[in-house]
Design a protein around this ligand. Structure first.
Ligand code: NAD
Ligand code: DAU
Length: 354
């Protein structure tokens, strides 16, 4: 029995692969990743001598490669993490988002359907296609609106969320039309180890450590619901094991915070763990031009996954953010490794005009 994971060299995918294989009895993983700027084999260095981890450098839009991998490894499930994932990058260049998130997902669905159709008996009944998606497909909430449930209308506002919404619709259609046993999870903002420092929390940590400005978009009062990445991985394991095919499960941390609160929390932790002789890290906070079409608030109602499958997050925000800041302090080499030429180009592109 094997799992085919896509995007397992990225932030959440690599956390999932490491968590999964931490169990000596776990099934092997074939990890297909195109190693875009966001994919990093260093995240998987601990598995270098683990024969249960087979890394394949390739693209989910490559149908011939997908067919070959599925025929060779005969996975009992596909876990689909691969995506272009950064909203700001989608504003600067939506094309890559359409290609990977829409065309890539449809290619993967077709390959998985062909594989599943060829299975028989128990193998066919047990097969799952798990699509890892986002709460951003539901759009933006007003301050007092109830949190997103699984039946909230789709109202994506960025090229990223529109491309993820399209992929969710494809996954749904492949279930309704062809009977492919799909599972979809729509999760809120993750944070934790191996988070690429283009996203809010790791960007603030690495900039603060370097004494650089901490760029808060607009008034900094946008709200996100934060979930520690290990809890997202445990939710995916739970849904894969016990979720009902065709169902959607929202996953969240019951942790709504403004961006301003997040950045002040990061600064306070750094003041405690790595004080800066020049003064409190919060002195570096700088308000910059807002993100176009910026969603004001996301909040996840995670009662369905708790009620039906018994999942709840294990970390509080206090425990998760402390672990995360400490991880970045302990992994300066990893941070230096990802701050390559292409990272510097991105920082120049995104922040120069703000
Ligand atoms: P990430 O950007 O860190 O990693 C994406 C990975 O996919 C990278 O390793 C990249 O190399 C790979 N990839 C990109 N295009 C590919 C292609 N065409 N073929 C094969 N591999 C390709 O993303 P992440 O933050 O780990 O997100 C993983 C998934 O979870 C995404 O589908 C995202 O939409 C979803 N999600 C993310 C969050 C979050 O807070 N980060 C929250 C909810 C859902
Ligand atoms: O909600 C789930 C989504 O969370 C995932 O689907 C996405 O893949 C993931 O990137 C994340 O999207 P966000 O846009 O919410 O994350 P980001 O870290 O880019 O931004 C979080 C908030 O912080 C958002 O309101 C924008 C703000 N921000 C971000 C950056 C990078 C700033 O104020 N300054 C910044 O420099």
């Amino acid at each position: 029995m094997t799992l085919l994971v896509t995007g397992g060299a990225g932030f959440i995918g690599s956390n999932f692969v490491l968590d999964w294989l931490a169990d000596p009895a776990a099934e092997p993983i074939v990890n297909l990743d195109a190693l875009t700027y966001a994919g990093n084999r260093q995240n998987l260095a601990a598995l270098a001598r683990d024969a249960r981890h087979v890394f394949v450098h390739g693209d989910i839009t490559d149908r011939a490669l997908l067919d070959r991998l599925l025929a060779e490894h005969r996975p009992r499930a596909v876990l689909h993490f691969a995506a272009e994932s950064h909203v700001d990058r989608s504003i600067h260049g939506p094309g890559a988002f359409i290609r990977t998130n829409v065309e890539g997902t449809s290619t993967l669905l077709e390959a998985a359907r062909a594989h599943w159709s060829g299975l028989d008996g128990n193998a066919r009944a047990a097969f799952r296609f798990h699509h890892v998606s986002t709460d951003e497909v539901y759009g933006s909430l007003s301050p007092d609106a109830p949190a997103f449930t699984e039946t909230h209308p789709y109202e994506p506002n960025s090229p990223y969320s529109a491309s993820k919404a399209a992929s969710d619709h494809l996954v749904r259609a492949w279930h309704h039309t062809y009977g492919l046993p799909v599972l979809t999870t729509n999760c809120s903002n993750n944070y934790g180890p191996y988070h690429f420092p283009e996203k809010l929390i790791p960007l603030m940590i690495v900039n603060a450590l370097a004494g650089k400005p901490l760029p808060l978009y607009g008034d900094g009062l946008q709200v996100r619901d934060w979930l520690y990445v290990g809890d997202h991985c445990s939710a995916i394991r739970t849904v894969l094991a016990r979720g009902r095919p065709g169902e959607v499960y929202n996953v969240g941390g019951w942790n709504e915070k403004t961006n301003r609160e997040i950045v002040h929390t990061v600064c306070a932790l750094l003041d405690e763990l790595r004080p800066d002789p020049a003064g409190p890290h919060a002195r570096l906070i700088t308000h910059v031009k807002d993100r176009p079409g910026h969603d004001r608030r996301y909040a996840i109602d995670a009662r369905k996954i708790e009620r039906e499958l018994g999942w709840r997050p294990a970390e509080t925000f206090d425990t998760g953010i402390r672990k995360t800041v400490q991880w970045y302090l302990d992994h300066a080499d990893w941070v230096a490794g990802v701050q390559s030429g292409s990272y510097r180009d991105w920082v120049a592109t995104n922040y120069a005009a703000r």
